[in-house]
Design a protein around this ligand. Structure first.
Ligand SMILES: [Cu+2]
Length: 168
């Protein structure tokens, strides 16, 4: 029995030595780590390829937009509706909502609920298209604004504090 054990141990040590490891590590851990490293590398490669493809598409779109007009069209505006909210905006960041439904939209800032404004959507209102508003000094730049259906409003946070646009 002892001899067999000795042979097994010796065999194990030889395997470790053959791996060329400077420090003998527990045999159990080593292959697991290697497998994880390999799958991480594969995942990173795939992600990189996908990101490259997306970047190429984006730059092609940008080029087309620049040719057609100077202003950047707002394409990512979410529909304004009850319970909707933008992410928190850092200084200089913006968020857009499209107001398709006629009615009143009470808006507040989730971190500072005292910050409020109202968007009134009315058929035939003189303000339509795209509208830029600011969030500055813990206030929305308009207390109340009336717009036509389909208007896209973009809010830009001018404060160092984070604000957002949330619908009651
Ligand atoms: Cu706020």
């Amino acid at each position: 029995m002892n001899t067999k054990l000795g042979v097994l141990l010796l065999g194990g040590m030889l395997v470790l030595a053959a791996c060329g490891e400077e420090e003998a590590q527990p045999v159990g851990n080593e292959p697991v780590e290697e497998e994880m490293d390999m799958s991480e590398e594969q995942a990173t490669d795939e992600e990189a390829v996908e990101e490259e493809a997306v970047e190429e598409e984006a730059s092609e779109e940008e080029a087309t937009e620049k040719e057609s007009s100077e202003a950047q069209p707002v394409t990512d505006a979410a529909e304004a509706k009850k319970g909707e909210a933008s992410p928190l905006l850092a200084k200089g960041e913006m968020t857009s909502f499209v107001f398709n439904e006629v009615g009143e939209f009470p808006i507040f800032c989730a971190p500072h609920p005292v910050m409020k404004m109202t968007v009134i959507v009315q058929e035939g209102a003189s303000t339509s298209g795209e509208l830029a508003l600011d969030i500055a000094d813990y206030n929305f730049s308009e207390e109340s604004i009336t717009v036509a259906p389909g208007t896209i409003i973009t809010w830009t946070n001018q404060d160092s504090a984070q604000h957002n646009v949330a619908f009651e």
